[in-house]
Design a binder for this molecule. Structure first.
Ligand code: OAD
Length: 263
């Protein structure tokens, strides 16, 4: 993207008459897709970038079914560490504004790649968890006695790796790992969100599929598309508006222009 274009688009966030403000003011339906950048201001580490988890940890030994089969204790230790960290984090301004918007628009969908649960903590309606939840577990053996998945907020398990209370085998974190498929129900819910007046992505590197494809799919279906990120992403050139900045600053700014129309 050319730097001239970027500075013009940055100005749009300051401009109450900008395309994005107009689109949000007149929209009946809004879909927001979020990534790790939304939770960064809450203290949850992102995956990529200087401080990203994948700088210090290798996804292939921690976030694949093969890794779990080989060393479930190591994988669980990593998830236990992440749970303990996330448990101390609170929703930030980005979560709060998205939650507010979820109550305003007559049709609202939040599609999130985040597994931390902070959107629900902020009270957001209609959340589609594309990559699952770190606070859910299910039986590694798909035992017949257990529910398909259940909430388990244990921070430190007394026995590692933790056992399935129904069959005595292993439980695993309720997240999607690399190489796994997203269930058809979740994909259908996300696909329903593509039909909207405005589709906004916030704080995602837009390189992990299928999440990365959603904004262009929404645009193809007629949505006005916008992105908020600290830096350009692979979709920046394709969306209608790319806003460079921290989500926790850009979203409140946008919201301040919407105050009258959201009353
Ligand atoms: P990434 O860590 O890949 O990207 C985070 C994005 O947020 C980057 O593009 C940053 O520039 C941006 N960012 C950071 N802080 C921000 C802020 N305060 N405001 C706005 N933007 C900010 O995270 P995701 O895109 O969510 O999947 O990653 C997608 C998936 O890759 C994750 O769900 C995870 C990971 O591997 C699995 O584990 C399956």
């Amino acid at each position: 993207m050319r730097s001239g274009t970027l500075s013009l688009q940055l100005l749009q966030v300051q401009d109450p008459n900008s395309q994005i403000v107009h689109a949000l003011q007149t929209a009946q339906s809004l879909t927001v897709l979020t990534g790790a950048g939304v939770s960064a201001a809450s203290g949850v580490p992102t995956f990529r970038g200087q401080e990203g988890l994948w700088k210090s940890y290798r996804p292939e030994i921690l976030a694949t079914p093969q890794a779990f089969a080989k060393n479930p204790k190591l994988v669980w230790e990593w998830y236990q560490w992440r749970r303990t960290k996330i448990a101390t984090c609170k929703p930030n301004r980005s979560h709060e504004i998205i939650s507010k918007w979820s109550h305003h628009y007559s049709k609202f969908t939040l599609i999130t790649q985040n597994v931390d649960g902070l959107h629900e903590q902020a009270g957001t309606e209609n959340v589609v968890h594309l990559h699952g939840s770190i606070w859910e577990v299910f039986c590694w053996n798909d035992c017949q006695l257990s529910p398909p998945r259940w909430i388990d907020k244990t921070l430190i398990y007394s026995k590692m790796p933790p056992a399935c209370p129904y069959c005595g085998g292993l439980i695993r974190p309720g997240v999607i790992w690399f190489g796994e498929s997203i269930s058809s129900e979740i994909l259908e819910s996300a696909t329903r969100g593509l039909i909207c007046d405005v589709f906004l992505t916030v704080g995602t590197s837009s390189i992990v599929y299928p999440a990365a494809s959603l904004i262009c799919a929404a645009k193809a279906k007629g949505a006005f598309t916008a992105e908020i990120n600290l830096e350009p992403t692979p979709v920046s050139e394709q969306v209608d508006v790319s806003m460079l900045g921290a989500a926790e600053e850009v979203l409140p700014k946008l919201d301040s222009f919407l105050v009258d129309s959201l009353l």
